[in-house]
Design a protein around this ligand. Structure first.
Ligand code: SF4
Length: 143
């Protein structure tokens, strides 16, 4: 039986990155070629493509996803994309995310202070929500 694998859409060749580019990862494509793939990009439906960059800011003892140019808090909107995903796909077998992204990064996302200096590296906002909503699913990044 095919596994149902959620994969960050940019790894699959979708042109959904902030700059309109993709990050096609042939290793990922090959590894999961026999599985049912669910592409997922939490940022594109919220901010469009191309879009301004966003960053995770540690503020008020929590992580906020803030747009770099307009300083807009899009944390809830990105989290909501995971909730929408869950309602359509409650039965995933595995999740593969793009490293270093403010949304998808898994322990590799730069967390900035309010002066936008790197404090540490941690999970992105969508990755945190995915861990919360799919507590028993294996979650990895492309590396
Ligand atoms: S890393 Fe995540 S949010 Fe960024 S383009 Fe890829 S799928 Fe979309």
């Amino acid at each position: 039986m095919k596994r149902k694998v959620l994969i960050s859409a940019c790894l699959l060749g979708e042109f959904c990155r902030y700059d309109g580019a993709t990050k096609t990862n042939n290793t990922v494509l090959e590894k999961f070629k026999d599985d049912e793939i669910i592409p997922f990009c939490p940022e594109a439906p919220v901010l469009g493509t191309p879009r301004q960059r966003i960053s995770v800011i540690f503020k008020d003892k929590t992580y906020k996803l803030i747009t770099d140019e307009t300083n807009e808090d899009v944390t809830s909107a990105i989290e909501e994309q995971v909730d929408i995903l869950l309602s359509g796909h409650p039965d995933l077998d595995m999740i593969v995310l793009k490293s270093k992204s403010p949304s998808c990064g898994l322990g590799t996302t730069p967390i900035l202070n309010e002066d936008r200096k790197v404090l540490m590296y941690d999970d992105g906002i969508a990755a945190l929500r995915l861990k919360e909503k799919y507590p028993n699913i294996k979650i990895v990044d492309e590396n």
